[in-house]
Design a protein around this ligand. Structure first.
Ligand code: LRH
Length: 476
């Protein structure tokens, strides 16, 4: 047998999934089989917006049990999720449900952190764009809650799941790079920064790179899952965006990518970070990629603007047909507002259409009226922000962008892909939709020895297995 199977656990903004990936690089085979999907929405408790990690763990282990029933040969498990969020532990015990990054507590901590370490210094140290929810601000907010003092370890969410499965505590590097506590040049924890911020360095576990093994499943867990002996948990690019970038079938020297789901992560892949004043002013980030690559990118608010608007409109119990809404949006012929899709007022859950209308009113721009106009306005604003970020990434990095790859759920959004190509004046190649799960699967498959050794061969396998949709920019 030249190939094999692995299980990817992908914890996304609305749902979590367990996916079995079958990989046989020699035969050019890469297939995904979704075996479980379960909700992963935040829970608003008295203390704020939280994960429901306990319920999630129950659901994902049930999903893994399904995976072993369906494919008893699954060799390993890898977990990915969104960045920055973490749980605190004392011994083996979780100190409460982790906060969700969209909780508003972080705003208050930003000033406190910048008063000690001004942002330009922070950027030189960690290379991260300013996002009010970077873990460094969350931890500073945590200091006033009292729990941090009780904690003896802090684990990012995928690492926390890995710990529950194996008992091993690690910090996977791609995700750790989003905390703000890893040196952009060193790739190591920045203990000096922690000391200056009054954060206890001993809570940080050892850093590991994607591909490292966390060891076998705990015996009790293996029994619960019906897993055979020897199944390991493998650290993948546990930051979902890092996994997605692995699966972009690109030539990094001439391509930009947009990993488009809840967020639109727009950038290029580099060998070295760019931490110039211009990069800082453009709010570009240098996140850690698989195999030491740098994900030089900017966060655009993404399809959250649309999904949260739809959620708001559906709060009366009605249901909106998304493809139908997008078809109506495509048919809008009136000029719609192009708003700043990066405005931080759109970050928190709630009345997004109201906030978009307010943004327009504040600037004397006519606001969208119908739902179709809102949807069109969101798509145009995202396409404009995407095109702008591609231009900026190219200027700051020197990459001459000839192709824009759109991966993730946004690759299915024809109007968005078309308008991004139009506004950028560069062809868009859309797909694969399941980039995050594919990247998760491929890094495990490589660790198990049934996929190629370098990123280029992993991407060649993606290119051979998934046919992208091409959007040429319209001549203007
Ligand atoms: C996308 C993502 C992004 C982060 C945000 C918190 O899911 O991981 O890369 O900036 O969520």
């Amino acid at each position: 047998m030249t190939g094999g199977s692995v299980a990817a656990v992908d914890l996304g903004a609305t749902s979590g999934r367990v996916i079995v990936g079958h990989v046989d690089a020699a035969a050019g085979r890469l297939e995904l089989d979704q075996v479980a999907r379960f909700p992963n929405g935040p829970v608003r408790l008295a203390s704020g917006l939280h994960w429901d990690l306990t319920g999630l763990y129950r659901d994902l282990t049930r999903g893994l049990a399904d995976a072993f029933r369906r494919e008893p040969g699954v060799a390993s498990i890898g977990v990915d999720s969104w960045a920055v969020d973490y749980g605190l532990l004392r011994g083996d015990r979780l100190l409460g449900e982790p906060f969700h990054y969209r909780d508003e507590r972080n705003e208050r901590a930003v000033e406190r952190v910048h008063a000690v370490v001004p942002f330009d210094e922070l950027y030189r140290r960690n290379g991260l764009q300013f996002l009010p929810f970077n873990s460094v601000y969350q931890l500073a907010a945590e200091q006033s809650g009292g729990l941090l003092g009780l904690a003896d370890s802090m684990l990012l969410i995928p690492d926390l799941v890995g710990f529950q499965l194996t008992g091993t505590r690690v910090a996977e590097l791609t995700n750790a790079s989003t905390t703000g506590l890893v040196g952009v040049e060193t790739g190591e924890w920045d203990y000096e920064l922690m000391e200056r911020l009054g954060l206890e360095a001993s809570v940080l576990p050892r850093l590991v790179s994607p591909g490292a093994s966390l060891g076998d499943l705990r015996p009790g867990v293996a029994a619960d899952l019906g897993a055979p002996a020897g199944v390991e948990v493998v650290a993948v690019g546990s930051h979902d965006t890092a996994s997605a970038v692995v699966a972009v079938p690109m030539h990094p020297e001439s391509a930009a990518y947009i990993s488009c789901g809840t967020w639109g992560l727009v950038g290029v892949e580099l060998e070295q970070p760019v931490t110039t004043d211009a990069a800082r002013e453009a709010n570009f980030t240098n996140e850690g990629g698989v195999d030491g690559r740098v994900r030089f990118l900017h966060n655009v608010m993404g399809l959250w603007l649309l999904s949260e608007s739809v959620r708001w409109w559906e709060r009366d119990g009605s249901t909106i047909d998304l493809p139908e809404l997008l078809a109506q949006a495509a048919a809008v012929t009136t000029e719609v507002a192009v708003f700043d899709a990066n405005d931080s007022s759109f970050l928190a859950p709630g009345d997004l259409p109201g906030r978009i209308a307010e943004w327009c009113a504040d600037r004397g721009v006519p606001a969208p009226q119908s739902r179709a106009e809102f949807a069109r306005s969101i798509i145009e604003s995202l396409a404009e922000a995407f095109a702008g970020a591609v231009r900026t990434a190219s200027i700051l990095s020197g990459v001459d962008v000839e192709t824009i790859h759109v991966v993730g759920g946004g690759a299915l959004n024809e109007l968005l892909c078309r308008r991004t190509a139009d506004r950028a004046g560069i062809p868009v190649l859309a797909g694969p939709v399941e980039a995050t799960a594919i990247g998760n699967v491929l890094v495990q498959a490589r660790a198990a020895g049934f996929a190629g050794a370098d990123l280029e061969s992993l991407r060649a396998l993606v290119a051979a297995s998934f046919q992208p949709v091409r959007y040429e920019p319209s001549a203007r």
